[in-house]
Design a binder for this molecule. Structure first.
Ligand code: GDP
Ligand code: MG
Length: 164
């Protein structure tokens, strides 16, 4: 059985971009499921010969009448229930928000390993300074990445497979 890695975070931080980068480039998609075309949520992935299933929880939604906070709680619960490792994504350009704190509070209720990915860090020097704000979330070292350009995503995956 392959371990499951769940991507969690408030809307717009780059979860789907990270998902596509990891599943699309590093990795072989085992089956093409025509029913899930535009928004793929589960993907077969592999890093350094270690296979895993990646989940973009942002694509898993309750009914539309639920608030964003309720959606995020639901997504965090799925991650906590299913995943071996959780990738918590935040955005260094907007900085730390109350929605990030909400997600952190939901995730704290689990004993699953949480890796904090600070995305949109193309401006690496600026991001190196700004990343310290994210220690407040309580998940240790924040990892700077650019999901869009692929910077540091390999280092992030090194951390992920360490937990298998
Ligand atoms: P999601 O809502 O968390 O799934 O976020 P998306 O993956 O849909 O990305 C939200 C927006 O952020 C889009 O406009 C992306 O192009 C942009 N984005 C995602 N990753 C990066 C990144 O690494 N750098 C920059 N500058 N923009 C990014
Ligand atoms: Mg998305």
């Amino acid at each position: 059985i392959k371990p499951i890695v769940a991507i969690v975070g408030r809307p717009n931080v780059g979860k789907s971009t990270l998902f596509n980068r990891i599943v699309g480039e590093r990795i072989s998609i085992v089956e093409d499921k025509p029913s899930i075309t535009r928004d793929r949520i589960y993907g077969d992935a592999e890093w350094l010969g270690r296979p895993f299933i990646l989940v973009d929880t942002g694509g898993i939604e309750l009914d539309t009448e639920n608030t964003i906070k309720e959606q995020m709680r639901y997504q965090a619960e799925i991650a906590i229930d299913e995943a071996e490792v959780i990738l918590f994504v935040v955005d260094v350009r907007t900085g730390l928000t109350n929605m990030d704190r909400d997600v952190a509070n939901f995730l704290r209720q689990s004993n699953k390993p949480v890796i904090l990915a600070v995305n949109k860090a193309e401006n690496y020097k600026q991001a190196e300074m700004d990343k310290y704000d994210f220690y407040e979330l309580g998940f240790g070292e924040p990892y700077l990445i650019s999901a869009q350009h692929g910077q540091q995503t390999g280092d992030l995956l090194d951390q992920v497979i360490d937990h298998f």
